[in-house]
Ligand binder design. Structure first.
Ligand SMILES: Cc1cc2nc3c(=O)[nH]c(=O)nc-3n(C[C@H](O)[C@H](O)[C@H](O)COP(=O)(O)OP(=O)(O)OC[C@H]3O[C@@H](n4cnc5c(N)ncnc54)[C@H](O)[C@@H]3O)c2cc1C
Length: 378
């Protein structure tokens, strides 16, 4: 089996890495993390390159990347910043949903500004009482004449507070556990929507929110696709979402390990570089091997998807293993950098914080293990 990139994939990889090197530098990422600022200029520059349209088909103005090209993209951003990766990718999945299920008017209203970098999307599934058990969500949408009336409390909705954001809100139009959900496109300026930013230690640039809907009225045509299909629409992009997280975690783990190697080679104690102490050397060697294995899982899942096959188990395995690999690498990095690991200017504390979140966001590791077990017939 040949694991090397094709010529086209290699050129894409190199183009992305030189763009990220220039536009998403360490200083840039640190500053945006510290100030909780969205990387607006990078978002626009990516739009100018046409990259926001990676999940949008050509007939809707996108470039429809295959899953391997998409994974290369996610790995490249993640190498520089997991938060920036989330800032770019969160919108992409809803854009894909609008392409697949939107009316011509919705495509005109939402997709065209998005592709130009003038609009963003966020996805609202979670509620205070429904996290892993997302299908127990209770927010409701009721049709009254020409309007839907939405009520409920959503939580962890990342990016909902950003200027120009439209939220894809999952709400109950019926009591059926899965077929009772519909998906609505709601601009964040809609009256009756009260959005509060949450003070998280991760995803500081993207930001995440809690919001309340108090008899929020939206037009009848704000529904995306068919009544009762919301759960299925959200599920459609789960494989891409998990692939994207896994690939960006691999990119970030590479940087965290490279930083550890560089630091331990430079830093001397007892008259020798830290890297000469066997305990540290072996930890880094172990991490190198684990990272190589994790990366193979990502591209193996992407290859399966590129062949047009479902890869629910493969993306679950990739996200599970890459999150644990990144966490171990960042944890060992925190130890190897000693006290300096605590300083934001050494970046390790950011990798560590983001690594921990990787075990929860986009489906917790326990839930991923349950998905894998189910596929194994357990
Ligand atoms: C920074 C951040 C950004 C987020 N962004 C979004 C977003 O944009 N949109 C959105 O809708 N959601 C978002 N989320 C929500 C995220 O998807 C949930 O946090 C996640 O699904 C877990 O839900 P929970 O936090 O309620 O934990 P819970 O479901 O309460 O789980 C708590 C613990 O119990 C374990 N557990 C639960 N059920 C089982 C089980 N059956 N078997 C074994 N263990 C179990 C979990 O694995 C976990 O370890 C975000 C979360 C964070 C922290």
């Amino acid at each position: 089996m040949d694991f090397s990139f094709t010529e086209e994939q290699r050129i894409w990889h190199d183009t992305l890495h030189s763009f990220m090197e220039k536009e998403v530098s360490r200083e840039y990422t640190r500053e945006h993390d510290a100030n909780r600022d969205f990387p607006e200029d990078v978002y626009r520059k990516m739009a100018d390159q046409g990259w926001l349209g990676l999940m949008v088909p050509e007939e809707d103005g996108g470039v429809a990347a295959d899953p391997i090209m998409f994974a290369i993209f996610c790995e490249a951003i993640g190498k520089h910043s997991l938060d920036t990766a989330a800032c770019i990718m969160t919108s992409m999945f809803t854009a894909g949903n609008i392409s697949r299920h939107g009316t011509p008017e919705q495509k005109q209203k939402y997709l065209q500004p998005f592709l130009k970098g003038d609009a963003k999307f966020s996805i609202s599934i979670s509620e205070p009482g429904s996290g892993s058990d997302a299908a127990s969500a209770r927010s409701t949408a009721r049709l009254e004449g020409d309007e839907w009336v939405l009520n409920g409390n959503k939580v962890w909705c990342s990016g909902a507070q950003l200027p120009g954001a439209t939220i894809a809100i999952l709400a109950r139009t019926d009591q059926d556990r899965y077929n009772g959900f519909s998906l609505f496109l709601v601009p964040n300026t809609t009256p009756g929507l009260d959005i509060k930013k949450m003070n998280t230690v991760v995803r500081k640039s993207l930001g995440t929110t809690e919001f309340f809907m108090d008899n929020m009225r939206i037009p009848k045509n704000a529904i995306l696709g068919e009544v009762g299909r919301g759960w299925h629409y959200i599920g459609e992009h789960l494989e891409y979402e998990r692939l994207s997280i896994a690939a960006s975690q691999v990119g970030n783990a590479r940087t965290a390990l490279d930083d550890t190697i560089r630091y331990t080679k430079d830093r001397k104690q007892f008259g020798k570089p830290l890297s000469s102490f066997q305990v540290l050397k072996h930890r880094m060697a172990q991490n190198e091997a684990e990272l190589a294995a994790a990366r193979l899982l990502v591209y193996s899942a992407a290859s399966k998807m590129a062949r047009g096959e479902r890869a629910v188990k493969e993306v679950s395995m990739a996200k599970l293993i890459t999150s644990e690999t990144l966490f171990r690498i960042a944890f060992n990095g925190m130890q190897a950098l000693g006290g300096y690991a605590q300083l934001p200017e050494y970046d390790m504390e950011r990798y560590f914080r983001e690594a921990k979140h990787g075990m929860v966001g986009g489906g917790t590791n326990e839930i991923l293990r349950s998905i894998i077990a189910k596929d194994m017939g357990l």
